[in-house]
Design a protein around this ligand. Structure first.
Ligand code: KG4
Ligand code: ZN
Length: 355
């Protein structure tokens, strides 16, 4: 059942609320252009939406229901037993991670295949090397690094100094809420549903970002850290004020609030990243994580890379939020940099691992 000369990695992603399975095909680990030949995602948005955020045990139940279906489709569709397996080992929600990791271990045991444990944040970084058409950019990683990477998602907001694919150091991170979490909480306060990022960014397009002067937390401080919980609190008090004055939260007002809120986040992310670029002089700027789907952030970061005359990499829209294609590619890059696939007995979920 294996295609001659070709190898595959089957990857599983269950760290949060998306169940993902993907298969990466390549000729050898020196292949400059590995291809995603299968990529399927089962979203749980509807399940978590009434709660305004992800409920870990519900996520685990959904993963357990959907993962075998996706795995079956991957095997039927690609008509081959993968040569390797890969699975997100963390960071993420432990009940959710355990479903993917247990499935990978079971497959590893039954198929007698080894497993690459993948850091979810490395997955987001790998997504910047995928194209919309599910192949990879034929890039030479050596020409990309060193890079300043902004990983900005629902669970993380980190500025990373990446000397190479395998040598990374977090130089700044959020002290409380992640940027995506701030979008989600703001949407909840505004009664807009979940996930908040896409809803707020759509509303922001028609809004006046100058209407409400919201804070740019920690922007003037010398470090590269963030704090977004105060921004959510500022929005809470703004809405309280409006309620007291009996102002109706109509369409235009919601759009103006969304635009003002989005701009506060984008300006803060941009300011800190700009500082990191000027102090570290990287060869490239890489934007990644679910919030990298935000159009305003994408445009502002693209302008920043032009202004500072460095390469700019970002995931295509289809691969910004969680998916298994990025996990498969991260495993491939990890292997290129000396990582070894392990026996199923050596694989464990780790909710709090860092880059
Ligand atoms: O990377 P991801 O899928 O999951 C985590 O690893 O956390 O990121 C999900 C986050 C959510 O908080 C969601 O609101 C945010 O990404 N997001 C956005 C946009 N699309 C998704 N935030 C702002 N603008 C968007 N267009
Ligand atoms: Zn993620």
């Amino acid at each position: 059942m294996e295609k001659k000369g070709k190898k595959t990695i089957l990857a599983i992603e269950t760290s949060c609320d998306d169940t993902g399975v993907a298969v990466l095909e390549f000729n050898s680990f020196t292949d400059k252009n590995p291809r995603i030949i299968f990529n399927l995602l089962s979203s749980q948005t509807k399940v978590h939406s009434p709660f305004g955020g992800v409920v870990p045990n519900l996520a685990a139940r959904e993963h357990q229901k959907n993962l075998p279906i996706l795995l079956n489709q991957a095997l039927e569709n690609t008509k081959q037993i993968p040569n390797f397996l890969a699975v997100t080992q963390g960071p993420g929600l432990i009940p959710a991670l355990l479903v993917g990791v247990s499935a990978a271990k079971t497959l590893g045991f039954l198929l007698k295949k080894t497993i690459f444990p993948v850091n979810h944040l490395k997955g987001h970084l790998a997504a910047a090397f995928l194209t919309e058409e599910n192949s990879t950019r034929p890039v030479d990683l050596k020409k990309i690094f060193p890079a300043i990477v902004l990983v900005v998602s629902g669970g993380h907001t980190e500025i990373v100094w990446a000397e190479s694919w395998s040598k990374t150091k977090i130089i700044g991170e959020t002290r409380d809420d992640a940027a995506g979490e701030a979008f989600d909480k703001a949407a909840k306060l505004l009664g807009l549903g979940y996930p908040g990022g896409p809803i707020i960014s759509a509303l922001a397009q028609e809004g006046n970002s100058q209407k409400f002067p919201l804070p740019r937390p920690m922007l003037q401080q010398k470090n590269y850290d963030f704090s977004f919980s105060g921004l959510k609190t500022a929005l809470f008090y703004l809405l309280q004020e409006m309620k007291k004055k009996k102002e109706k939260l109509d369409g235009q007002l919601k759009q103006d609030i969304a635009a003002s809120f989005q701009e506060a986040i984008v300006e803060t992310l941009l300011g800190k990243t700009k500082k990191a670029i000027s102090n570290f002089s990287p060869r490239s700027l890489i934007l990644s994580g679910g919030v990298s789907a935000n159009q305003s952030l994408r445009e502002n970061f693209s302008a920043l890379s032009k202004e500072t005359k460095i390469n700019f990499l970002l995931p295509p829209l289809a691969h910004c939020t969680d998916n298994a294609a990025m996990i498969a590619l991260a495993a491939f890059f990890d292997k290129q940099h000396g990582a070894k696939a392990k026996n199923w007995s050596k694989i464990a979920a780790q909710a709090n691992i860092r880059l």
